[in-house]
Design a protein around this ligand. Structure first.
Ligand SMILES: Nc1ncnc2c1ncn2[C@@H]1O[C@H](COP(=O)(O)OP(=O)(O)OP(=O)(O)O)[C@@H](O)[C@H]1O
Ligand SMILES: [Mg+2]
Length: 341
C-alpha cells in the first residue's frame, strides 16, 4: 500500500541571533547580526503506511516536535519534502487540517476562553462532521474519557487531565486519517493514561486512523505502537517494528525467588563461573535474585535446571526485554546488532 506519510530529506534550520548581555548587547546586535544555525531537523526521511501506529522517538531536542509541526502545516521546512495523505502540509494548510488531528501535550489547540461544548460545535462546523460520525465519536469519548461534565467549562479553567481529555477527543472528532500525538500523556495519572491509550487504539482499529506518537513513556509506546522510528541528533537511527528491535537485543534477564539457606550466597556467587554468558547476578531483596545474560550465548534450560538443583526455588520470572533500556542502549552504544561483542 502507498504510504500515507512521506518524508524525504526534511530539514528545518533556525537562525539564532547572538546577543551580548545588557543594554549595550541589545544595541550592538543591530549592527553585527552575528548568528548561529540550529538544525532542529536534519535531513530526515521515513514513510508511514496507512493504518499504522508509529512511535516517533528520540532524546530531548532531537527534533520530534519540529517534525510534527511541519507535518501539521504549522512550520515550513528549510528544505526537503513531505506529504500527508497526498497533501503538502505547509502549502495547503486547510486541506491538510481536514485530514489530520494534532495533540500537543505541552500546549492547547483549543479556544482558550470558550466552553468545551462551544469548541466542539466550532470543530463540527469547520470539518462539516456528519451527525452519524459526531454521535459515534461522542459516544466513544463519553465512554472512555467522561467528557460530558466538562461541556460548560471554559478550556482555560480545566485541570491538565481534563484539558487533555478534551484535546484528545477534539483531535479525533472528525475521523481524520492521521492523528499526531506529541506527548499526549505527559503529567497524567495512571488511569487516565490507560483510557487515552485505549481510545487511540480503538480509533485506529475501528476507523483505521494512522497514529504518529511521540512520548518519553515507554508504556505508551508498547501499549499503542507496533512500529518505531528512532531519531538521534536529528537523524533516523532505526525504523522498523518494536518486535524486531526487541529480538535484536540479546540481553535478557530472569528473576527468581528461593527459600534462604546458608549455602545460597555462595551458590549465587558461583553462577557466573558455571555460565560465562551471564553478565551479572544481583541479589535483590532477601530471597530474590536477578540474572542478566546474553541470550545467544546461554543454554537457558541448563541454567534453569542448575538453579532448581542449587536453590529451593519458590517462583521464577522471565523479564520481557525492557524497551526503555534497549532504546537507551541504542543512543549510548548504537544498534544492538551492530555493537562489538
Ligand atoms: N522556534 C525555534 N527556534 C529556534 N530553535 C528551535 C525552535 N524550535 C525548536 N528549536 C530547536 O530545535 C531542536 C529540536 O527541538 P524539538 O522541540 O523539535 O525537539 P524534541 O525532539 O521535540 O524534544 P523534546 O523531547 O524535548 O520535546 C532543539 O535544539 C530546539 O532548541
Ligand atoms: Mg518535543
Amino acid at each position: 500500500m502507498a504510504p500515507i506519510i512521506r518524508v524525504e530529506g526534511l530539514t528545518k534550520q533556525y537562525k539564532l541571533y547572538e546577543r551580548k548581555p545588557g543594554l549595550w548587547g541589545s544595541v550592538s546586535t543591530l549592527f553585527s547580526r552575528r548568528h548561529r544555525i540550529v538544525r532542529a531537523v536534519d535531513n530526515i526521511s521515513f514513510n508511514v503506511a496507512p493504518g499504522a501506529r508509529v512511535a516517533y522517538l528520540g532524546p530531548n531536542g532531537a527534533g520530534k516536535s519540529t517534525t510534527i509541526k511541519i507535518l501539521a502545516g504549522i512550520v515550513t521546512p528549510t528544505s526537503g519534502r513531505c506529504e500527508v495523505a497526498g497533501v503538502v502540509p505547509y502549502r495547503e494548510r486547510v486541506r491538510n487540517a481536514a485530514n489530520i488531528g494534532v495533540v500537543f501535550g505541552q500546549r492547547s489547540q483549543l479556544w482558550w476562553d470558550l466552553p468545551v461544548a462551544d469548541s466542539f460545535a466550532i470543530l463540527r462546523r469547520i470539518y462539516a462532521i456528519s451527525p452519524a460520525v459526531y454521535d459515534k465519536n461522542m459516544r466513544l469519548f463519553r465512554e472512555l474519557l467522561d467528557i460530558d461534565q466538562l461541556a460548560a467549562v471554559p478550556v482555560r479553567k480545566l485541570s491538565l487531565g481534563q484539558r487533555m481529555r478534551v484535546e484528545i477527543a477534539a483531535s479525533f472528532l472528525h475521523d481524520p486519517r492521521v492523528v499526531f500525538l506529541d506527548e499526549p500523556t505527559i503529567g497524567l495519572d495512571a488511569i487516565l493514561k490507560q483510557a487515552i491509550r485505549t481510545l487511540i487504539r480503538r480509533m485506529n482499529e475501528e476507523v483505521g486512523t494512522t497514529i504518529v506518537l511521540t512520548s518519553h513513556d515507554m508504556d505508551d509506546v508498547s501499549e499503542i505502537c507496533d512500529d518505531l522510528i528512532l531519531i538521534d541528533k536529528s537523524r533516523v537511527v532505526y525504523q522498523g517494528t518494536v518486535a524486531a528491535l526487541n529480538s535484536m537485543e540479546q540481553r535478557r534477564s530472569v528473576l527468581f525467588d528461593y527459600r534462604p539457606a546458608p549455602a545460597a550466597a555462595e551458590a549465587l556467587a558461583r553462577l557466573a563461573q558455571h555460565f560465562p554468558a551471564i553478565d551479572a547476578v544481583t541479589p535483590q531483596a532477601q530471597g530474590r535474585a536477578r540474572i542478566d545474560f546474553r541470550r545467544d550465548a546461554l543454554d537457558l534450560p541448563a541454567l534453569i535446571a542448575h538453579l532448581f538443583r542449587e536453590f529451593d526455588i519458590v517462583d521464577f520470572y522471565s523479564l520481557a526485554p525492557d524497551l526503555e533500556e534497549i532504546i537507551r542502549g541504542v543512543y549510548q552504544a548504537g544498534m544492538p546488532n551492530q555493537r562489538a561483542a
